[in-house]
Design a protein around this ligand. Sequence first.
Ligand code: SAH
Ligand code: SF4
Ligand code: F3S
Length: 473
Amino acid sequence: MLTKEKIIDEQRQGEALVLTENPSNGKKMYIESYGCQMNFSDSEIVASILAKEGFESTKDYKSSDLILLNTCSIREKAEQTVRTRLRSFNSLKKNNPNLLIGVLGCMAERMKESLLEQEKLVDLVVGPDAYRDLPSLIKKVEGGQKSVNVLLSREETYADISPVRLGNNGVSAFISIMRGCDNMCSFCVVPFTRGRERSRNPLSIVAEAKDLLNKGYKEVTLLGQNVDSYRWNISKKGEIIDSNTPTTNFAQLLELVAKVSPELRVRFSTSHPKDMTDDVVISMSKYENICNYIHLPVQSGNSNVLKRMNRGYSREWYMNRINSIRQIIPDCGISTDIITGFCNETDQEHQDTLSLLKWAEFDNAYMFFYSERPKTLAERKFEDDVPLAIKKQRLNDVIEAQRINSLLNNNKSIGKTYKVLIEGFSKKSKEMFCGRTTRNAMVVFPKESFNPGQYVNVKIEDCTVGTLIGKVV
Ligand code: SAH
Ligand code: SF4
Ligand code: F3S
């Protein structure tokens, strides 16, 4: 029997994962995850690999024999957070000399041996494609050696590993459909930490979705850094690799997963504006259970900045994508990511981001100021010359513009009724449930006698910037 539980702090960072499985090897492990959904999904693979070795999970890191941090390198601050955390875990070794501390994920890949040698904070460093090697690496450390495996792979997709669902409400789950990234956005460290892009066998993806449905899940989110370039049995040049095997692109994969059951909602993330084709949106429009929501990071509203970012599209191209989505699915939720203060960004270029943000009326946006990352194209080619104070001021500008968008969008929902999948208790009250609409808007309503995993129709009566408030009708 598995028991699972998770603790989330407010920023959805530093999530502690708990799992126990028999038979135990008498050792307890504690995993904390940072970064993107992909990393949280990977922690579920790691938990599965180690549960088979008999590691019992705990949410109490003080009583654990093995502490693993699944880390993120996307911005400098993400790495600083992990370093602080590692120092505090290290101090536990005074009372527990057998304690092992490991770093997994993107920071492991980026820093490699230096995490062991220079900083002396950890015993174990394991990159994102080396998790199958964890049991033997742990044995090596127990034998007194430090151990590292940061080899990146061109094939590894962990397709055969059944993840232990950790970050769990029992209603929605992640399914990784691909790994790595072959884009070279000039600001981004991911291609260096996650390696080459590779897609997972569609049959194993559908099988995982069916298994989740059988276990009572009602929603899956298909994950990849650029889901639109998912391809099975198709070469990068577009040729068929094996004539005896059917080919699958992302639009087709979406439909395969949607057909698993009309009761299973399908979401996906992340779409790339340069690759997102109308056939994906058409597939969405054909199936009621494929949610009408697209996360389409724009990064900047100025074509010259987009060029420096090496994003592969212009402002006009992006606007055309949005128009096309709204033509095919008029009521489609769209969110985005923005970076302010990228190298050489002028005030006029920043104004273009603001005007695009207002024009697009995004439902939501994740906004960051630029953080230079080692080895990236931008670090080598451009000067990080926008002063921090200006980066932050511009970030405040976009946050404010988006706050107005969100409020406008949410106000438009008042009086309307939406189908909501109940996820669980709302953050603030055990009397209220929360769940999402197809457009990914969070709705809070009195729980009455409903249950998580049920679909209900909620009439919206009020809203805040981030939440719709209503009653089941
Ligand atoms: N694959 C996704 C993004 C993954 S990273 C895509 O292509 O859109 C998530 C977000 O972090 C990015 O969209 C970007 O907005 C932000 N980000 C990435 N690198 C950054 C950096 N060096 N500084 C600030 N923000 C960054
Ligand atoms: Fe990074 Fe660009 Fe790949 Fe996204 S598409 S992960 S931003 S390199
Ligand atoms: Fe961070 Fe790596 Fe994801 S850098 S955002 S954890 S792919």
